[in-house]
Design a protein around this ligand. Structure first.
Ligand SMILES: [Zn+2]
Length: 497
């Protein structure tokens, strides 16, 4: 077998990729799926547990209505049909962080089926089919101690059941074929859009870094005209960027295997953030390995049609349509809107506009100064340290003539550093524009007296030389004067206005 990876362009010229995505979303309900334990992230290990989520004998689950409602809303937002009757099922397998030795999930009777989500890739709409959306419970967490954090080399393993039983929605796409070289970008665009849809519903905080949105990526390759190839499943890909990288890396690896006459093994693989490639996990179980059967401790789910209709009518405007409306309201070209999207600034600009700023000014701050600071600090724009309300207040001070652009930047620096509101910082650091003409005139006269040669040049008609005098005044007023006013005063005092 060869060991060098082929070039990507070469791979997509000879093979057709088919991808599929399975996404798990932890719902933001107050309590767990089948008991009343709280669901907050973190906490001392094993403090948010009870007999039900610890799987103690004789304990009985009761389904969480809020979780069912949230799942139906996700299904509706993804254009799915909602089952009028369905059941939970036991998925049997052993794992130390799953105390019952089975997970309550859904098998052949999912709550939502057969929908789609439209995503935009390079300005083109791609429709991703949704196979199913079902409800299940999360497992606990195992912590391997005394090594690198992986089970190999660890001296002991600890189990925390705080997460066990948190409601988990699994969203499975239909196989996505025909995307060719764009397959990695389509995968990323889908997960991004799905995240935005779920966030707009307010049912989960969908934070990949905290694991409330987790993604498994299926990839296969086939030669044109042949049957689809064997797929592999890359597990728990933890960022949007990694979704794209995982597909690309798996396409290259599979092409290398196929080129050398090898065979793709159906298996799970692990994605490594550091190297960007995947390594073999376990061979993939088939559904029969889990011995699914209907959960005998729970009644079937039969959502009332009127209730489902009510939930459907109350869905919020979905992100793609919402973005399109904002783009029109803000008067942006596709290219400018794309920059806003890439910067992760849509909601921030929207909130800044809602706080009373023009779209142009809001966009200027978030895409300019604040994006630059976020990049420097290596944080998301939303975590840069300034809020939309503060940005709107800052722009208000500029509009009122109390700050010029330069001073506003200094004030913003204080906001990001947590010194207070823009008005407080302006006052405390004495940054307000000097608009008192008396004080400015004195400063102008001083500058003229200190620079007689320049003053003479201006008097004799070389008006461009006035710039040096304006500069001198700006310096003595520490940049707090309005340059245009200063210039007018200089010319007036030298009798050339
Ligand atoms: Zn519990």
């Amino acid at each position: 077998m060869t060991t060098t990876l082929p070039a990507y362009d070469d791979v997509v010229a000879r093979y057709e990729p088919v991808i599929g995505l399975e996404t798990h979303v932890e719902l933001g309900t107050n309590t767990k799926m089948f008991c009343a334990c709280p669901t907050d992230f973190g906490g001392e290990p094993n403090t948010r547990v009870c007999p039900v989520c610890l799987g103690l004998p004789g304990s009985l689950p009761v389904a969480n209505k809020a979780a069912i409602e949230a799942t139906i809303r996700i299904g509706l937002a993804l254009n799915c049909s909602i089952a009028s009757w369905c059941r939970f099922a036991r998925k049997n397998y052993f794992y130390p962080d799953m105390p019952k030795n089975f997970q309550i999930s859904q098998y052949d009777e999912p709550l939502c089926v057969d929908g789609y989500l439209d995503v935009e890739v390079n300005g083109e709409l791609v429709r991703i089919g949704i196979e199913r959306v079902h409800l299940e419970e999360d497992t606990g967490k195992t912590l391997h101690v005394g090594g690198s954090g992986r089970i190999h080399g660890a001296t002991e393993s600890l189990v925390d059941y705080n997460r066990a039983g948190i409601p988990l929605v699994e969203i499975v796409t239909k196989p996505v074929a025909g995307t060719g070289a764009l397959a990695p970008e389509v995968a990323r665009a889908y997960v991004t859009e799905l995240r935005d849809v779920i966030r707009s519903l307010g049912v989960s905080d969908v934070r990949m870094e905290e694991g409330s949105l987790r993604c498994d990526v299926n990839t296969s390759l086939s030669r044109p005209g042949e049957e689809w190839g064997t797929r592999t499943e890359t597990k728990n890909v933890n960022s949007l960027r990694s979704v794209e990288r995982a597909v690309r890396s798996e396409m290259l690896r599979q092409a290398m295997v196929l080129d050398s006459g090898g065979r793709i093994v159906q298996e799970t693989r692990h994605f490594h953030e550091d190297t960007g490639d995947t390594t073999s996990g376990r061979s993939k179980e088939t559904a029969t390995d889990y011995r699914y059967f209907p959960e005998p401790d729970l009644v079937p789910l039969a959502p009332d049609a009127d209730w489902v209709a009510e939930l459907k009518a109350a869905l919020p405007e979905l992100p793609r349509l919402h973005r399109r409306r904002l783009q029109q309201e803000w008067g942006l070209s596709d290219h400018d809107m794309q920059s806003v999207l890439n910067a992760g600034a849509v909601e921030l600009i929207e909130a800044t506009v809602a706080a009373g700023t023009t779209p142009a000014a809001a966009r200027k701050w978030w895409l300019g100064e604040l994006s630059r600071r976020a990049n420097e600090a290596g944080v998301e724009l939303a975590d840069v340290g300034a809020t939309p309300v503060q940005v709107a207040e800052l722009q208000g001070l500029v509009d009122a003539g109390k700050l010029n652009d330069k001073l506003a930047r200094v004030v913003l620096e204080g906001v990001v550093a947590g010194e207070g509101t823009p008005t407080e910082i302006m006052t405390n650091r004495n940054l307000e524009v000097v608009s008192d003409t008396g004080a400015l005139t004195a400063a102008v006269d001083e500058a003229i007296a200190a620079n007689p040669d320049i003053a003479e040049k201006v008097r004799s008609g070389k008006v461009a030389a006035a710039g040096a005098l304006v500069g001198a005044v700006m310096k003595t007023t520490r940049g707090q004067a309005d340059a245009k006013t200063v210039r007018e005063l200089v010319l007036e005092r030298l009798g050339v206005s």
